[in-house]
Design a protein around this ligand. Structure first.
Ligand SMILES: C[S@@+](CC[C@H](N)C(=O)[O-])C[C@H]1O[C@@H](n2cnc3c(N)ncnc32)[C@H](O)[C@@H]1O
Length: 267
């Protein structure tokens, strides 16, 4: 049976919901690394469909690697945007030598790692001395749009199971929604000059696009694996009706994103 934690079956809806919308945070994250040196090499970990990898290429990086365990995410990204070398892999045991990259980035992925300390140590290992690690995470709290989704999901899975699903898929979501905790994690990974910024983005979605995003999120992937394809069609229909009744289409979603940067010491 397919593992619902994987993004393999979620690549198309993920791209429809996020491909264009996450370009703003991706550009801001790469900018936080400062001007890229000539010939800059960038690694984007958990690149998904390559939004941040592509932003690094557009910012002038000479060589960008986008690494992700999901081949369908990489294939989808490579088909719609170029500028990066897709590599299948995971954050632990990165297949690169120490100090290979000027910048390592990770957008909306740190919260997925079971052992985030080990993953961060490996990411820092492949940054060159004096190079930067930049990380983006979602800020705290749920807005009305997300609360409505959780409400719909709880009608299928129940509150306890929902908690368990989130714990399995994104165990550090709450931790890294806090700037202080994110800063602490980067300092503990031996990075210096660590700082964070919080930025608010406005995402405009049709209800259909918003539901694509929810389908690709952990809760959507889990519900889909539970109810099967036919069950999913009727669940989505119900969700569509609830959103249409409660909100104006298109939806305006204001989300806080935390952008963090740290420098690897030269000594
Ligand atoms: C929320 S998506 C973010 C994708 C992309 N960074 C973006 O901003 O659109 C999380 C991605 O992390 C990947 N991922 C999950 N566990 C991972 C791991 N251990 N190492 C690397 N990537 C991982 C998933 O396959 C997925 O593509």
């Amino acid at each position: 049976m397919d593992d619902w934690r994987s993004y393999d079956h979620a690549a198309a809806p993920y791209e429809r919901a996020n491909g264009s919308r996450l370009v703003g945070p991706a550009r801001d994250l790469i900018a936080l690394a400062g001007p890229l040196p000539d010939g800059a090499r960038v690694l984007d970990v958990g690149t998904g469909t390559g939004v941040t990898a592509s932003a690094a290429a557009q910012a002038g990086a000479a060589m960008v690697v986008g690494l992700d365990p999901s081949l369908p995410m990489l294939v989808t990204g490579a088909a719609v945007r170029g500028g990066f070398h897709p590599v299948a892999g995971r954050a632990i045991d990165l297949p690169f030598r120490d100090g290979s990259f000027d910048v390592v980035s990770a957008s909306f992925v740190l919260n997925h790692f079971t052992k985030y300390q080990t993953a961060l140590a490996d990411m820092v290992r492949v940054v060159r001395p004096g190079g930067k690690l930049v990380v983006a995470t979602w800020g705290p709290g749920l807005d009305e749009l997300q609360r409505t989704w959780r409400e719909l999901v709880s009608t299928v899975v129940g509150a306890d199971m929902l908690r368990d699903v989130l714990k399995q898929a994104v165990p550090w979501e709450d931790r890294f929604a806090q700037r202080a905790q994110l800063e602490e994690a980067l300092r503990d990974a031996d990075l210096h000059h660590v700082r964070t910024e919080s930025a608010r983005y406005r995402f405009v979605y049709s209800i259909e696009e918003f539901l694509d995003g929810r389908e690709a999120a952990a809760t959507g992937r889990f519900v889909r694996s539970m109810v099967g394809d036919a069950g999913w069609v009727s669940f989505r229909e119900r969700a569509r009706a609830v959103y249409a009744e409660r909100f104006a289409d298109p939806l305006n979603d204001f989300r806080d994103v935390i952008l963090a940067v740290g420098t690897k010491s030269v000594s």
